[in-house]
Design a protein around this ligand. Sequence first.
Ligand code: ADP
Ligand code: MG
Length: 683
Amino acid sequence: MNNKTNYQYLLSDISSLKGVGTKTKNLLKKKNINNLFDLLWKLPKSYTDRGLSSKIKDLKIGEIQTVTIIPQKYNFPRIRKLPNRVLCTDDTGEIDCVFFNSYEGYIKKILPLGKEITVSGKIGHFRNKYQITNPKYVSEDSSLIKQTHNKYSLTEGISEKIYNKILNQIISNLPNFSEWHSKNVMLKFQNISWNKSIKELHKPQNIGNYRSNFYQRLAYDEIFSTFLVNSEIRKKIKRIKKKKKIINANKQNLLIKNLDFSLTNDQKNALDEINKDLSSPNKMFRLLQGDVGSGKTIVSLLAALNTINSGFQVAIMTPTEILARQHFNLAKKIFPKNINLELISGKSEYRMKKEILKNLEINKIDIIFGTHAIFQKKVIFRKLGLIVIDEQHKFGVNQRKRLSDKGGVDCDVLLLTATPIPRTLTMTIYGDMDISIIREKPKNRKPIKTYSKLEAKIDDVLKFVNKQIKLGNQIFWVCPLIEESKKLDHTSAVIKFEFLKKQFPNQVSLLHGKTDLEEKNVILNDFLNNKFKILVSTTIIEVGIDFPNANVIVIENANKFGLSQLHQLRGRVGRGEKESTCILMFKSNLSDNAKKRIKILKDSNDGFLISEEDMKLRGFGDILGFKQSGIKNFKLADPIHNSDLFTLAEKEMRRIEKSNEDIGKFKTLIKLYDRADIINDIA
Ligand code: ADP
Ligand code: MG
């Protein structure tokens, strides 16, 4: 029925399996299990300890197995300490049933000569023959013997029996693929094939055998296929020929000279890398990764300036209008007067919008700032040369690729992200892009003082806040969402708002997920303009916006957040010249683990280091909501425990890139690991 070397079988719908009706199918689909391949990663968590029945020749020594045999001959040696034996056979071989301390009469009764009997127990090997000692289950009726049943974490409404049934079907029909990995790579896994690995993976006795060759091999398959597809996308984009930009270094350096700070070395290096891309004949697809406050904006504006001076237009896209306006204002301040800047906002009047659209089309506007609105169909650029996308770390590969296509051939793409993540993850998530990293913070930064406080001590916090307000400073007050039965709950923020309003009349505002966009913009603008002092919010305060006058952030129920998230929140303050403070509040005394986490935050302001620690403590997938970002989580691979496999995969990927090796032999791997949508585009 199925082609034994074809991956199509594994990609067929789960309803093609026996025992999967509409009900089971729908339940599995809810769990994102759509095809047979998806089901392969549904692993048993434990098992009942009876073996599967098998023929004598297939018995596995050392394992508990069940086999149907015919007793042929008794051997009762009448010498003390020597066991009684019964020679048994089936049509494939011989096996001895061995009994210590059992009466002959009993043995004859349970193993009558010439009758078909099913026995079960641990299979041994003695003097070149299989044996089974003191078989536990002996029965004339094989159906009475319990067989192995893997135990699964059950999806509601699906029984263990069904899982066993459907998984056994797939495992016994696994296609035999020809090996896709190189000899060198295979040596590391002792040449264990994909097919064999999957079979081992599903053997109950192998549960949790993470260091084994089969497990490592399968984890490597996941990592490598991701890296390979990323590399293909990167190569494909790089092959696109474009008109080179000609960088006017004098004009660039004049702007740099007029800044009221000097660029950090990392900023300079990043700018150099970007400039090289701009002036190359190949399309740029680059990520600028740097911690909050590391100064990415100025780097991107310099790239914009160089692009404009080369006769092209630039579009700068931000997640919020406020951030767009902030960048717009900065550019207006530092760019030469002959450059035409525009901001397109939801509030722009119809007539003005029309004017802007017209001017874009006739190349009267050099640079436009806005939210995703700037990428609507009706927005037509005459000569778009660079798209900068700020703070869209949640964009998945597909979204990024679509954007890069949108600008047209001559358009370079630069993404900015303030999400420092460990290298293994960067390669996984952003491997389709070239990457520039800013690690260094501007020198004038004062470290943010980080404290932890019990909620009972809130009076101390209020006193401190009061003092800061008197000094003319502003305060962020963050309350986590309480997630109950999937409904987001803002009550903690609302309650705190009411409480603080009484303490600081007319000085407090509230923002949460239900605040409408218009109102949100008004509130954020008022906060920017120092019209009130305390902004109470859930975690929705957007990344990227500079609130130079806010220098205190209070984070309630801080143990609800991961380290990276706390670090990001903390990064809302401490961007200006002022001393800044972050107060982490806790409901009760800290556990040892929580203490460890807080210490990391207090000791370090390095987002890369913090994210690494975060991942060690909480595991991959949780940090910074990558789960929701459309980025597929690995089923087996783990960026912490398998960092060696990530390194190997990167090395192999680079080797293939360098030698221009044909990746056709990886087709099955790529198709199976569900990157087909992307690779289709490439082929
Ligand atoms: P992010 O990387 O988070 O986007 P920004 O670009 O918003 O950071 O920069 C944060 C602040 O640091 C801004 O006020 C900016 O003017 C300032 N800044 C940027 N680069 C430097 C530098 N080299 N020295 C001092 N201040 C800088
Ligand atoms: Mg920014």
